[in-house]
Design a protein around this ligand. Structure first.
Ligand code: TXA
Ligand code: MG
Length: 323
């Protein structure tokens, strides 16, 4: 891994122009989206995209999401079924990724799509992301801006902790609002399948579709698996104990709603009032905060599975998985 001097940029117009120029020249730039910070590269430049895997220390090539400034630009990259079009019109810009068949005019490199016939597209809802994408004028591949297997980054400081010296620039646009990654839907045939729960809840999606989502990757018939959905992921160093009633003596407590911190060495609360939107926004930052050397395990309060709770429970289950 060659050392790169990492520029720390603000979100003023000249910094954003610099970020765009670095990306066009094939560099790696982290920037905020409404979900988490992304690690961006020009998606049409295979060499630049390969740099993402090297910087993250990702063991193998997973397909990446191509980010665009608008639905109009996304149409040039993918083929939208009527259902996919309805979803894009309802939720873009926003925390939704659509996996669609590649369009003949698709310019996203094979390394970003991992050689699949489909492409994952997203129009993020964040002024900084939007400005960067406008400045680049091409699709930008961007996984979450963390070292492979680590917790995703929701502030520029988290990105710097993981990737300083490994990427060309970090654009600081403050803390991200949603806090968990986008919901990924596969729209390859007539069906729409959930590949990853995320920042847009199932009920909001089903309201717009007027029918229930198919499940993916399991039970998805011939849907492709989202190859990046490794069981152990988002992993803090400490163990994670789910649906705990209270913390033990060498444990940290991650609460939701009142109570439970018991004998915890250190405690944080995702949302004292039990609000799932607030909990999602706090999730990755609090996991980082509690992941101290003197902590054996992080005990996590039960989180309901409705709304954004589905994505929160998914990420926590991955954090708790055997490594
Ligand atoms: O919120 C987000 O989605 C963030 C921000 C930065 O936009 N990005 C993100 O990217 O989470 P990443 O690379 O960590 O997750 C991309 C996921 C992976 O699980 C990958 O397997 C799946 O999308 N994916 C990408 N292309 C696919 C395809 N053609 N078919 C199925 N799954 C695909
Ligand atoms: Mg990730």
């Amino acid at each position: 891994m060659t050392h790169r001097n990492t520029l720390h940029l603000g979100a003023d117009p000249s910094s954003l122009a610099t970020a765009g120029r670095i990306l066009v020249e094939g560099g790696l730039v982290s920037f905020p989206t409404e979900t988490v910070y992304g690690l961006g590269a020009d998606a049409t430049n295979g060499r630049a995209v390969a740099g993402i895997y090297e910087a993250k220390g990702r063991p193998r090539f997973n397909p990446l999401i191509a980010h665009l400034a608008s639905f109009e630009l996304a149409r040039g990259q993918g083929v939208f079924s009527p259902a996919a079009e309805r979803l894009a019109l309802a939720f873009w810009p926003g925390p939704l990724t659509l996996v669609v068949p590649k369009a003949p005019s698709c310019t996203v490199s094979e390394i970003a799509t991992a050689g699949l016939d489909s492409v994952a597209l997203r129009v993020p809802d964040h002024p900084v992301a939007h400005a960067v994408l406008e400045a680049v004028g091409r699709p930008v591949a961007a996984p979450s801006a963390n070292r492979s297997g680590h917790v995703s980054a929701t502030t520029a400081a988290h990105v710097a902790a993981d990737l300083d010296g490994r990427i060309d620039a970090i654009v600081d646009g403050g803390a991200t609002q949603v806090g968990v990654e986008s919901t990924i839907l596969s729209c390859l045939g007539d069906r729409v399948a959930m590949l990853r729960p995320g920042g847009l809840s199932r009920d909001m999606i089903e309201d717009v579709l007027g029918f229930a989502l198919a499940e993916g990757p399991e039970g998805a018939g011939d849907e492709p698996v989202a190859p990046g959905m490794l069981a152990s992921h988002y992993a803090p160093r400490a163990h994670v104990r789910l649906d705990a009633e209270e913390a033990g003596p060498d444990e940290a407590w991650l609460g939701f709603g009142p109570g439970g911190d018991g004998r915890a060495r250190i405690a944080a609360n995702l949302s004292p009032s039990g609000d799932l939107t607030e909990a999602a926004a706090n999730l990755f930052g609090m996991l980082r905060l509690l992941d101290r050397a003197d902590i054996h395990a992080i005990a996590v309060a039960p989180i309901p599975g409705d709304g954004l709770g589905e994505a929160i429970r998914d990420r926590l289950a991955r954090a708790a998985a055997e490594r």
